[in-house]
Write a protein that binds this ligand. Structure first.
Ligand code: NAD
Length: 378
């Protein structure tokens, strides 16, 4: 089985879907690995290191020729996959609910029309067995960390309390909204930097996690239907009554905060709006908000993907692809997720992975020329 590792085509994407470490492991499984020249450059992995790990390194045509598996961080443009084997697997974050050129339904349809089997790694089920294959977790963790550093980078004050001969600098107050994988890491990072941290979520199970990290939980209480946990541990959309109570709570709290990190997502739906322009206006000038959900519609009114904008004296940071801003670590973890996935299903006799269980059903978008994933058919 030949595995092709492509140089990413999306603007601003510095990550790579395989590292010399995972190439070596694929070779040990009996796979042949081809890497497109320069694929790892953005993440500081040199062509020579891939070659030393056992890969052939060449241009795109040579890389794809006869490949049965094509690895990407983001889904490659189907029009650029000429030479891959018929029915080749495209294994990447395919962003099927996204809009624009690096995802979306039209691209999934194009994979199907070309006869590829497209496997969307972000559809990995949240089961213990699949944890090591979960790109959402590995990338969100880094994004949560980087979001706090990005906030610190544009905040005109220090995070920790400092007592100096010239007087005392008070600790920054950081509020984390959405305590999933990214939010937990944001809390931990802000705490390490010495901030006073509070956090909120719709899933009440997160209260204990917030406390265990030394932060203060801020929760809507006494509203019917407050349990916002849906299937697979993901959040659900909340009732109108809850949203109103949450808005009041946020308004009271946010006016006293210096930094807000928002991470709230609902799979397959636009991100919930957590901060309105009017709420923003109550924050102190010089405060900073980082909206990690900006590419899914944004948690913060006025956030712009790819930009840092200022409203009412508050900076709103809307970087895209935040995990990709740490390309070396993000690639290392992403690559291991892909290796863990393919090696788990590797059939020694067949010399390739065979995907025939619930994990395959969850991630497979297309097969035999058709879109087959229930999440795209309903
Ligand atoms: P996510 O990225 O989908 O969402 C981020 C957070 O935003 C979630 O905690 C969600 O509850 C919260 N949120 C949504 N709407 C909100 C609102 N209106 N107000 C406030 N917060 C809101 O979540 P995630 O990071 O992917 O994690 C979701 C859960 O899945 C967590 O419990 C996580 O530990 C679990 N998980 C399990 C596995 C596994 O078992 N394989 C892997 C990854 C995550």
């Amino acid at each position: 089985m030949k595995i092709a590792v492509l140089k990413e085509g999306a603007a601003g994407e510095s990550r790579v879907a395989a590292t010399p470490e995972t190439v070596k492991k694929f070779v040990a499984l009996g796979a042949q690995v081809a890497v497109e020249a320069g694929a790892g450059a953005g993440a500081s992995y040199a062509d020579g290191d891939y070659a030393a790990a056992g890969a052939s390194v060449g241009d795109r045509v040579a890389t794809l020729a006869g490949a049965g598996i094509v690895l990407g961080v983001q889904g490659p443009d189907p029009a650029t996959l000429g030479g891959a084997a018929p029915g080749a697997w495209i294994v990447a974050g395919l962003n099927p609910f996204g809009a624009g050129e690096n995802g979306g339904r039209a691209r999934v349809d194009a994979y199907a029309a070309a006869g590829y089997e497209a496997l969307a790694m972000e559809f990995m089920p949240r089961i213990t067995r699949a944890q090591s294959m979960d790109i959402l977790s590995s990338q969100s963790n880094l994004a949560g960390y980087k979001a706090v550093l990005d906030a610190a980078g544009v905040y005109g004050r220090a995070f920790p309390m400092m007592m100096t001969a010239a007087g005392t600098v008070s600790a920054a107050k950081v509020f984390v909204m959405g305590v999933g994988v990214a939010g937990l890491q944001a809390i931990a990072t802000a705490r390490r930097l010495g901030a006073q941290v509070s956090a909120t979520d719709v899933r009440s199970a997160t209260k204990e996690q917030i406390l265990s990290l030394g932060a203060k939980p801020i929760f809507v209480e006494n509203v019917a239907g407050i349990e916002g946990e849906g299937s697979g541990g993901y959040a659900t959309e909340m009732s109108e009554e809850y949203q109103k109570a949450q808005a009041e709570l946020v308004s009271a709290h946010i006016a006293k905060q210096d930094i807000v990190i928002t991470t709230a997502l609902i799979p397959g739906r636009p991100a919930p709006r957590l901060i309105s322009d009017a709420q923003l206006a109550t924050m102190r000038p010089g405060s900073v908000i980082v909206d990690l959900a900006v590419e899914s519609g944004g948690n913060v009114e006025g956030a712009v993907a790819g930009e840092i904008v200022e409203r009412h004296g508050v900076k709103i940071v809307g970087h895209r692809n935040v995990a990709g801003r740490l390309p070396a670590d993000a690639s290392a973890l992403f690559a291991r997720n892909l290796y863990n996935f393919l090696s788990t299903f590797w059939d020694k006799d067949a010399g390739k992975p065979v995907l025939d269980d619930e994990i395959g059903d969850a991630v497979r978008l297309t097969r035999d020329g058709a879109v087959v994933n229930p999440r795209l058919l309903s």
